[in-house]
Design a protein around this ligand. Structure first.
Ligand code: ADP
Ligand code: MG
Length: 315
């Protein structure tokens, strides 16, 4: 069978999807080698899946209108969720559907304010454990017949407007210190520069933060005693060597450095970094799209910083 991925639709599961999800779960778990003890997935019914969706949420995938993937998101504690029944219909394997399910589920869980995912994998399925490890999950502890894998979710802030994006930048600035490196990703027009404008306002730095057309890097000195803001647009850069030519090393230690389009290029600049990923999503009841800003700290600098405190603020 050949099915184009363009026919793949991944959506937040609704009650009506429960029957399709059970079809996928039964087909996927039925196709796996027999286990001892057997998985309880086969006992799922449309009613049991609908009940789980009612207390949590889920992700459902269809390919050309046929049930293709299912994943249940179940709250298990404060800020904590598990993913269960992660299934791809055997007819639709190797289309990247599992990755799409996990990606969507992580976004859903993070948007709902959850901080961490823990999930169970059977010890028999080494490949499955590898699948999760490739997506940033680490084996946290043993569990009967398998292991618990875990991943911390980024703090996701829902940002409805441009001014709200500046406001988020301003509040983020209050957490920043000299030496901090921020790597911002997101499509053109997502709001990376708008966020950086707010950071400049929060740090009280001089000069308007604008999208550089020819200038790749601009230094905005502090008006007070705080750090300068170094704003870099790496859109036109193709290698870490070209980034080296900007001499960011010279200012890095004393400034706050924000690199737009820096993913894959700027990680080597510092030991720690704050990854800021801006994505555009349709707003349920407004004309304008909204933005999701996912904040993820890497390295010891960010270990104790509560980025989730930036959520849920109405400015
Ligand atoms: P980028 O630097 O990611 O290419 P910009 O910040 O330059 O994006 O542009 C974002 C544009 O989208 C601005 O014109 C901004 O006013 C507009 N906008 C609309 N809604 C939002 C929002 N929720 N967050 C950020 N920008 C928004
Ligand atoms: Mg920009």
């Amino acid at each position: 069978m050949s099915t184009s991925v363009s026919e793949l639709v991944v959506s937040v599961a609704e009650q009506d999807d429960a029957a399709g999800m059970v079809e996928v779960i039964h087909a996927a778990f039925g196709a796996r080698p027999p286990l001892d003890p057997p998985s309880t997935a086969i006992t799922e019914t449309p009613a049991s899946v609908a009940a789980t969706l009612a207390s949590g949420t889920g992700v459902y995938a269809e390919v050309a209108g046929r049930p293709a993937g299912a994943l249940l998101v179940v709250p298990t504690g404060p800020g904590l969720v598990t993913f269960a029944r992660v299934s791809v219909h055997p007819d639709f394997q190797r289309h990247g559907i599992a990755s799409a399910l996990v990606h969507a589920a992580e976004e859903l869980a993070a948007r709902a304010g959850h901080r961490r995912v823990e999930l169970f994998a059977r010890a028999e399925f080494g490949q499955l454990i590898t699948f999760w490890e490739h997506r940033g999950y680490v084996v946290d502890r043993p569990a009967p017949h398998g292991v618990i894998l875990a991943k911390d979710l980024p703090a996701v802030v829902v940002v409805p407007t441009g001014p709200a994006m500046q406001d988020l930048g301003e509040r983020l600035a209050a957490l920043l210190r000299p030496g901090d490196l921020l790597i911002a990703t997101g499509d053109l027009g997502a709001g990376k520069t708008t966020l950086t404008q707010g950071i400049g306002r929060g740090l009280d730095t001089a000069g308007p933060v604008i999208s550089p057309t020819f200038v790749l890097s601009r230094i905005h000195p502090a008006r007070g005693d705080g750090p300068a803001l170094v704003h870099v647009d790496a859109y036109r850069l193709h290698s870490a060597e070209e980034l080296d030519d900007l001499d960011l090393d010279a200012t890095l230690a004393d400034a706050v450095t924000v690199v737009e389009w820096g993913a894959g290029l700027a990680e080597g600049l510092a030991e720690d970094r704050l990854e800021v990923d801006v994505v555009v999503r349709p707003a349920p009841d407004a004309d304008d799209d909204l933005r999701l800003v996912a904040l993820h700290g890497v390295g010891p600098r960010w270990a104790g910083v509560d980025l989730h405190a930036l959520r849920g603020h109405r400015g």
